[in-house]
Ligand binder design. Structure first.
Ligand SMILES: Nc1nc2c(ncn2[C@@H]2O[C@H](COP(=O)(O)OP(=O)(O)O[C@H]3O[C@H](CO)[C@@H](O)[C@H](O)[C@@H]3O)[C@@H](O)[C@H]2O)c(=O)[nH]1
Ligand SMILES: [Mg+2]
Length: 193
């Protein structure tokens, strides 16, 4: 255990789709004083996400789907996102290859890992592994759409890189992981020209 943090108590508040745990901790402040704090941690597992890019056409593949937490807080559905999924026991690259086949209907090439940040570390324990990859129209193996038996209902969307970037700026794309990936692609473009 860290010299600055001791877990005094741990209580599971909910163990359903995700695990919500309430911790009571002793925390030593930067000035050396100890104090007691309560922190709740929402654990829904880790995930992976990919933005497939077609360099010859300068396009990317995205999905559109209902994200209920966004809808219920006022965002008109559906959300435009990069293809993503929960790891569910797979390593991140295996997971994202499977998700790309299921959700996008593409077998991707040149898959490259980028970074694996915490997405909301004040409350949510989840980290997401980010990838880029290449595709061309001939890599399409099905119509995608996700696993219907798991309630997935996705629409595959192809956009030019420029339009996807414009969508990040004008609010049509409002999902953080998707914005990060599109910006990454634009940064690469800028540093390679
Ligand atoms: N039964 C049930 N299903 C749920 C619930 N919440 C979500 N689901 C469904 O569970 C499915 C999980 O599909 P995946 O493709 O494996 O995961 P994902 O939801 O796309 O997750 C990715 O994006 C998330 C949001 O940005 C990320 O949090 C996650 O790490 C991953 O990258 C989704 O279709 C979603 O509708 C719930 O409370 N109950
Ligand atoms: Mg998904």
């Amino acid at each position: 255990m860290s010299e600055r943090i001791r877990i005094l108590d741990e209580k599971v508040l909910s163990d359903d789709w995700a695990l919500l745990t309430k911790y009571t901790i002793a925390y030593r402040r930067f000035d050396g004083r100890w104090e007691e704090q309560v922190r709740q941690v929402y654990d829904r597992g880790d995930g992976a996400v990919i933005l497939p890019f077609d360099p010859t056409r300068s396009t990317v593949l995205l999905v559109r789907q209902l994200r209920f937490p966004a809808f219920v807080t006022g965002h008109p559905e559906p959300l435009i996102e990069a293809c993503a999924g929960k790891l569910e026991g797979d390593d991140p690259e295996t997971c994202i290859r499977k998700e790309a086949e299921e959700e996008l209907g593409y077998r991707l090439r040149a898959i490259e890992p980028l970074f694996s940040p915490y997405m909301s570390p004040g409350s949510v324990s989840e980290r997401i592994w980010f990838f880029t990859g290449h595709y061309s129209q001939s890599d399409r193996i099905s119509s995608g759409g996700g696993a219907e038996d798991e309630g997935e209902d996705l629409e595959v969307l192809e956009m030019t890189v420029d339009d996807a970037y414009a969508a990040c700026l004008d609010g049509r794309i409002i999902d953080a992981k998707t914005i990060m990936l599109i910006q990454h692609l634009k940064l690469r473009e800028a540093t390679h020209t």
